[in-house]
Design a protein around this ligand. Structure first.
Ligand code: N01
Length: 557
């Protein structure tokens, strides 16, 4: 790589003060990757095995998996279909793994990522149990100085955050939680040994994708389940099922086709959005199409028409179909009304898919509590207190989501040129160029950061694209003897406008309390974070930027 190897003791001014005790652990790398989920694993493979760089991954967990290492709550399952929720870059990997169900469960995804780590011999370059607590750019030496919670110090020319979008659990600040006599858990930090709900009165707070997956499974074993709903949500049946031998054989033959479809699809899924408006068909035809899609299940429900996320009128046809389904499934009219009283357009929040969610409210041991009308005021020693009542509980499950996208990056305390803090640059919301780089932070890349299509996609697709783009960029730098790359401030401003324009062309910003907008975390700036222009357009923009010698970036020798 032709990198300047710097004695680890020769710290630049930015990092020197904190690093003097740790020289024994110091190592200088070409690239340091933070996170051993889908993105970190592939980024390691790309940089180490394709470019021959000296690379290390640091990972807070004790194993690979990223979000799937932590999210082991009851019912945790991906909503992308398994044959597309995987790496597609390698024929060998694709053929060598057998998915068992239409949607992969959390344990199966972990087994898959462990298989990948073994197959590509990645583990030898991953430090587990190592959480980054600070990363400072040492501009005199053009190195990132990284400090970890367990005192390991690392230096690298390139720092790549592969920390995931949904990896910082958001436990709401509700007074009294410390006095609760029972047990409480956040779904995103679920105990590995599981939780025994038998004979227990359980309270579940949150009805996003997670709560909707967890409720039916908890209800099966708990003595009683109280679901605290602040915002009613749409959901479509997943229709999960074991995969047939024929399907599994067939899909392996069609890897290239699956890959091409995921690259052509706006959301990176293995299906394309139909090229027709809801108003191109009669009302009866539309209902029949929605009914077929409901029976087939999954996120493909929203792909039947191309304008569901574009106009309120088109959206309302899908929304009202789902509300009617809810009223048909749920027997108690009052509960059905609460569940169907949804205040945002369908799919403007991430649309959940479920296995028996609405049916769960027909069970004798489940009640729904409307905490919009009667807000939670406190956690009391015996349970949850709303304005009107106290609900006695043995276990509280917080399915309250994440400090999404920016949270995992900001908690690493990243400082760039002249000690500039990322938290300062992002005070009013995230700003970057292509979701990949921030001006003032040379040689620092984010994989699926804010401004990337990321969470609006089937994640492995943007992850493969980002990791490959970053790898090509570093190869280009090596070939052309550049030492630093840094987004130009003006390119960053333009990209933020592009991200805003793409979101505003859709109904997505109309879900005012969505985590896409940061609205779920008190005090977080309300900015629509992911790029809604679609993965193919994004890929083309990135390719064009690279073809023009990394237009919008400043490269220095
Ligand atoms: O989190 P969320 P999630 N009092 O933020 C409620 C991915 N994912 O973990 O809407 C009462 O969506 C909050 O209410 P409100 C997927 O991308 C994927 O469910 O803010 N309620 C909301 O109901 C998903 O979108 C999969 O009014 C409170 C809920 O908690 C993302 O993860 C599975 C509250 C949080 O919903 C996040 O989903 C699961 C309070 N103080 C997740 N605070 C699959 O692949 C929050 N809430 C299938």
């Amino acid at each position: 790589m032709g990198l300047d190897r710097v004695d680890a003791g020769d710290m630049g001014r930015a990092g020197a003060a904190t690093q003097t005790d740790a020289h024994a652990d110091a190592a200088t790398l070409d690239a340091l990757i933070v996170g051993a989920g889908f993105s970190g694993l592939y980024q390691l493979h790309c940089l180490r095995d394709r470019l021959g760089l000296k690379v290390q991954v640091v990972e807070a967990a004790d194993g690979v998996g990223g979000t799937w290492y932590w999210n082991r709550y009851p019912g945790a399952r991906c909503d992308s279909e398994s044959h597309s929720y995987c790496y597609t870059f390698s024929e060998d990997l694709y053929r060598s793994w057998e998915w068992s169900e239409r949607y992969p469960g959390h344990d199966e995804i972990r087994r898959y990522l462990n298989f990948v780590a073994d197959r590509l011999d990645l583990r030898r370059d991953i430090r587990f149990g190592t959480r980054v607590v600070a990363a400072v750019y040492d501009q005199d030496n053009n190195l990132w100085r990284v400090t970890t919670a367990n005192g390991v110090m690392l230096s690298a020319k390139f720092l790549i955050a592969a920390v995931g979008c949904l990896s910082t659990a958001n436990v709401p600040q509700i007074q009294g939680l410390d006095r609760f006599k029972g047990q409480w858990f956040h779904t995103g930090e679920w105990p590995h040994a599981g939780v025994d709900f038998r004979g227990k009165r359980v309270g579940l707070i949150g009805t996003g994708s997670t709560g909707i997956q967890a409720a039916p499974v908890i209800a099966e074993s708990a003595a009683h389940l109280t679901v605290f709903q602040r915002t009613a949500n749409y959901s479509v049946p997943a229709q999960n099922a074991p995969l047939s031998e024929t399907f599994r054989r067939d899909i392996k033959e069609r890897r290239s086709e699956v890959r091409a479809t995921t690259h052509a699809a706006n959301n990176g899924h293995s299906f394309l959005i139909e090229n027709r408006s809801v108003f191109d068909v009669t009302v009866e035809e539309r209902e029949a199409i929605f009914e077929t899609a409901w029976q087939r299940g999954g996120l493909q429900f929203r792909a039947n028409f191309n304008d569901i996320l574009l106009t309120r009128e088109a959206n309302e046809t899908a929304a009202s179909f789902i509300r009617t389904k809810i009223r048909t499934i749920v027997r108690d009219p009052k509960t059905a009304e609460l569940l169907a009283d949804i205040d945002h357009p369908y799919a403007a929040k991430r649309p959940p898919i479920d296995t028996g969610y609405f049916e769960t409210f027909n069970r004798d041991n489940v009640v729904l509590v409307d905490v919009r009308a009667n807000p939670i005021e406190a956690i009391v020693p015996d349970g949850v207190q709303t304005r009107d009542a106290v609900y006695d509980l043995d276990i509280i499950v917080f399915a309250t989501g994440f400090d999404a996208m920016t949270g995992p990056l900001l908690r690493m305390n990243i400082r760039g040129r002249d000690g500039l803090a990322l938290s300062k640059v992002w005070e009013a919301g995230p700003q970057n160029y292509l979701g990949l780089q921030v001006a003032g932070f040379p040689n620092f890349f984010t994989v699926t950061g804010p401004g990337s299509p990321s969470v609006l996609c089937n994640m492995p697709v943007p992850i493969e694209q980002h990791a490959e783009w970053i790898t090509d960029c570093i190869r280009y730098m090596r070939d052309h003897k550049f030492e630093t790359i840094e987004a130009r401030p003006q390119a960053m401003v333009s990209w933020v406008s592009e991200v805003n324009a793409a979101a505003n062309a859709t109904l997505l910003p109309q879900a005012h309390h969505s985590w896409y907008l940061g609205a779920n975390v008190p005090g977080k700036p309300r900015v629509f974070m992911p790029y809604a222009g679609g993965m193919p357009r994004y890929r083309q923009i990135c390719d064009d930027v690279a073809a023009k010698g990394y237009e919008g970036f400043e490269l220095r020798r």
